[in-house]
Design a protein around this ligand. Structure first.
Ligand code: LLP
Length: 427
């Protein structure tokens, strides 16, 4: 995060607060989130895209009521993908018209709540869902604004599990074979749906703009085909999220203004060529906003030097608070943050306390040779998809999210307790 510094005594501070004090007050492991950085990133995205575009924060990256309030205050919109995320957004006062509802299998109950609440967009993902949303809207006497999510058929260069625009995966309706054109025909034929645009999301943790450009071109060609067939110019295109962040110094992310410029240019050019008015563009960054704003603070429990191999550093969390290393082979960095050390760096693997050997937080990292139990280490860039994908594996208690702002820290999501766990167990 932007306000992290190392003091003269070697103790790292965030927003002026010493991590040693944070650990004492809130315990470890803990996610420490820099609110000023979060807000600055929201503003960077909305300034870059300007008044003619909309930024929807992707709540799946990390959502809490505090986050919803920050987004509301910073003028961002919100993408939700479940009833739970919708409930969180509404309970913290996000105006429903600023919410887009996603998902490849929204339940009838979720659809009803979304339509009743008056969400601004429902993003339709299948032919069955077109019928379901139309039915719910009709039964409630509403005309629901919708977009159709299309699969543009590009290979985004990212991990297979988080690439979403090639044909052989579960999301969206294929542009190929006339499927998306058929979906448009159906939606336009339903009075209870108002088709406002086309949506594409090509994947996540992407650095190369080429995939977005191909996606934008193909979406615009669908808009042109819709105009030719129906005489209707759809006013919006949403190009999804997926912009990568730096997890290690080797990663070189694009900045919001570069992304806005590249997308704006390509959409404008393609629309001009097709004789279409430029539609309103929207994007859905999740990771790029919240990812860099938080780090996970762990306490070292054991240090095991394996002769000729590496040193295993066990911390008081693990795959229950960061599944990304095990699931995607994700890379992270780590540093000693509670003191200075002149000891030589040694090759370490930071592992958790769970009962399996794949429980790795940081695969390869250099930490000082004198690292010892009681030291605090921090893993940066854990704001996205860590707390939101956290689990209770081995009945771990999910860590709190502590927000730091104006030199003060407060819990925005509290640590789970054994009582919380046992409350669910009603057998
Ligand atoms: N919009 C849609 C429709 C999405 O499906 C996603 C992410 C986003 C926006 C936001 O993408 P972002 O800007 O955060 O990359 N758990 C994985 C990432 C899965 C992303 C799923 N969809 C991870 O930890 O890398």
């Amino acid at each position: 995060s932007r306000t992290v510094r190392r003091g003269d005594d070697g103790v790292v501070t965030v927003g002026g607060l010493r991590v040693t004090d944070l650990a004492e007050e809130f315990g470890t492991p803990a996610y420490v989130l820099d609110e000023a950085d979060f807000r600055a990133r929201c503003r960077a995205w909305s300034d870059a895209f300007g008044a003619d575009a909309d930024v929807f924060y992707a709540g799946k990256a990390f959502l809490s009521r505090a986050v919803v309030r920050w987004l509301t205050e910073e003028g961002l919109n919100l993408d939700v993908c479940s009833g739970g995320e919708l409930a969180t957004a509404l309970s913290a006062g996000m105006p429903a018209e600023r919410i887009a509802f996603h998902g490849n299998n929204k339940t009838p109950g979720e659809i009803r709540r979304a339509v009743e609440a008056g969400v601004g967009r429902i993003v339709l993902d299948s032919f069955q869902e077109i019928a379901r949303v139309a039915h719910v809207a009709r039964s409630l006497g509403r005309r629901q604004r919708v977009q159709i999510r299309v699969t543009v058929g590009v290979e985004a260069h990212t991990h297979e599990f988080i690439a979403t625009a090639h044909e052989d995966q579960k999301f969206g309706i294929a542009l190929a074979g006339g499927q998306a054109a058929e979906a448009v025909r159906r939606v336009l034929g339903l009075d209870s749906l108002e088709l406002v645009g086309i949506h594409s999301h090509i994947g996540s943790q992407i650095f190369d703009m080429a995939g977005f450009e191909v996606a934008a071109r193909r979406v615009v060609s669908l808009l042109a085909a819709v105009r030719d067939e129906h005489g209707v110019e759809l006013p919006e295109i949403d190009l999804g999220g997926g912009l990568g962040i730096a997890y290690t110094p080797d990663d070189d992310p694009r900045e919001p203004h570069e992304i806005a410029k590249a997308l704006g240019e390509i959409v404008t050019r393609e629309c001009e060529a097709a004789g279409l008015a430029t539609p309103r563009i929207s994007v859905e960054p999740g990771r790029a906003i919240v990812g860099p704003t938080a780090f996970t603070l762990y306490e070292v429990g054991t240090v095991k030097a394996l002769e000729g191999l590496r040193t295993y550093v066990s911390v008081d969390g693990g795959m229950s608070d960061n599944i990304r290393t095990a699931l995607y082979d994700a890379e992270y960095s780590v540093s000693l943050v509670s003191r200075a050390s002149d000891a030589a760096p040694v090759l370490c693997r930071v592992v958790g306390k769970h009962c399996e050997s794949g429980d790795i937080v940081v695969k390869d990292a250099f930490l000082p040779a004198d690292l010892a139990p009681g030291d605090l280490i921090a893993v940066p860039a854990t704001g996205a998809y860590c707390r939101s994908m956290a689990s209770n594996y081995n009945h771990a208690l999910r860590p709190p999210v502590v927000a730091v702002s104006d030199g003060a820290a407060r819990v925005v999501v509290r640590r789970e307790t054994e009582e919380d766990l046992l409350r669910l167990d009603v057998g």
